[in-house]
Design a protein around this ligand. Sequence first.
Ligand code: CUA
Length: 175
Amino acid sequence: MHINPLERKWVYVSLGMVGLFVASIVLTAITEGVHPPSNVETVDSASLHLGDEFAEDKLGVRQQPDGSLRVTLVAARYGFYPNHIEIPADTPVTFRMASVDVLHAAHIPMTNMSTMVVPGYVSQITTTFPKPGDYPMLCNEYCGLGHDHMWSKVTVVAKEEWHGVAAAEQQGSKP
Ligand code: CUA
């Protein structure tokens, strides 16, 4: 079978590009922790407010028994609740998010925090913020007329300046 040399050359070029993309995906997944969230966990979006984890008074930053931090957020048209969270830098933080209505996504620019929030599923992502500062958390899936206004604020403070998840709350949980 005859293949035109020029055509053969372009086949190699396109295969080379595919190889390059696959290599960059694998490399960033290993070195930068950039990968799709694989936490397949279902939740009933219609009764989030009645549930254990996503009820209004359970949202926000919580310290787990092992000392790690967990941020529980609800995405709804048009905002993330709670609307402002404060977390320490250089500390692993696990976000758990659920949508009460339609498809949303949470994205914090200049960090590797970005995930879709699919109704019916819990989105979970663990990340660390090295740089203190104020970050916006934006919705980056079109979810309706107010999509452009769907954002909240994440304040990352230096580890030493972070006063904890309301010191009172931890004291309250002590026996
Ligand atoms: Cu929520 Cu776009």
